[in-house]
Design a protein around this ligand. Structure first.
Ligand SMILES: [Cu+2]
Length: 164
């Protein structure tokens, strides 16, 4: 359709019979593929609009293989709500997002941070539960922690080990 408008009626005949035109079409196809690849690469390489700020990341000191809890403040600078969906640490294979209700903890699929608001993960409230930590965490040490958000943001941080 595009070629018709470009070359008119003579273009049509040309396209049917000419090996030159055949090559040209091949080149067009290649160029199109190249542009598509370029566009996709640029799209994925674009720095993500960072919305999340994390501060005051701390974890209670704990003996190896005992559970403990991680706390922090999450601030969403963005125009849309963002969910914390997962946490990972090299020191534990099992981390869970937890809420607390009337002194009882329960697992959550996500912790929502509304647009332009802060959410506090704190003792007796929301927290990240860390099970079966592979080595004793002493006060003053730090523990690597990676946070995953549903807007695609991944934040690598470190939790400061605090005493009870
Ligand atoms: Cu818990």
């Amino acid at each position: 359709m595009y070629l018709y408008s470009l070359f008119g009626e003579s273009g049509r005949a040309y396209r049917r019979h000419s090996p030159v035109m055949f090559l040209f079409k091949g080149a067009l196809k290649k160029t199109w593929r190249f542009l598509t690849a370029l566009f996709l690469t640029a799209f994925y390489a674009l720095p993500l609009q960072a919305a999340m700020e994390v501060s005051g990341v701390s974890v209670f000191a704990v003996e190896a293989h005992q559970p403990t809890a991680i706390f922090m403040r999450l601030h969403n600078l963005g125009e849309e709500g963002v969910n914390l969906v997962m946490a990972e640490s090299d020191l534990s294979t099992r981390l869970e997002l937890h809420g607390s209700r009337q002194g009882h903890m329960h697992a959550l699929n996500a912790i929502e941070i509304p647009a332009q608001a802060s959410v506090e993960l704190k003792r007796g409230g929301l927290h990240i539960m860390l099970f079966d930590v592979e080595k004793t965490l002493h006060k003053g040490e730090s523990m690597p922690l990676t946070l995953y958000f549903d807007n695609g943001e991944v934040i690598k941080t470190a939790a400061q080990v605090i005493g009870d």
